[in-house]
Ligand binder design. Structure first.
Ligand SMILES: [Cu+2]
Length: 153
């Protein structure tokens, strides 16, 4: 009987410790990732738009971008443009790793966030918001500046 009580006490202690660590990790993770140069290449006639940004990881651990959603578009997916000889195609990307103390560019010719099914009229000069979710539990509601293709060369 006394052994059982000790075991429970030890478990309680371990639980308290682990939840303490979790809180610390979340506090550190809250500002692990920063987003800069976030913009959307808008196209007319309800064609899909493409979102671009640079993700910067200030922490000492790699962090994955694992999900993208938006209140402004019905569909937001991370794609990669892959060259296949003379042709190019887009492939879905499940996650994008931002290296420790490093950055990764979602930029023309490489990755893009495919934005389809706009939920309201969106035009150059607008700001749309994408919600970026990361493997450390961080969620960033990020403003993206909408630009016309002519102004993005
Ligand atoms: Cu695409």
């Amino acid at each position: 009987m006394s052994i059982k009580i000790k075991t429970l006490a030890a478990m309680g202690c371990a639980l308290a410790l682990s939840s303490g660590f979790t809180a610390t990790a979340q506090a550190a993770g809250a500002n692990a990732i920063g987003v800069k140069d976030a913009w959307v290449r808008w196209l007319p006639n309800n064609l899909p738009a493409a979102g671009y940004a640079t993700l910067v990881n200030a922490s000492d651990k790699p962090v994955d971008l694992v999900d993208i959603s938006s209140n402004d578009y019905g569909d937001a997916m991370l794609h990669q443009t892959v060259s296949n000889g003379s042709s190019q195609k887009m492939v879905m990307v499940d996650k994008l790793t931002v290296p420790a103390h490093g950055q990764v560019a979602i930029a023309p010719g490489g990755y893009h966030v495919m934005l389809e099914d706009a939920k309201h009229k969106i035009a150059p000069g607008d700001t749309v918001h994408l919600t970026l979710k990361f493997s450390d539990g961080e969620t960033l509601d990020t403003p993206f500046a909408v630009k016309s293709p002519a102004k993005t060369k």
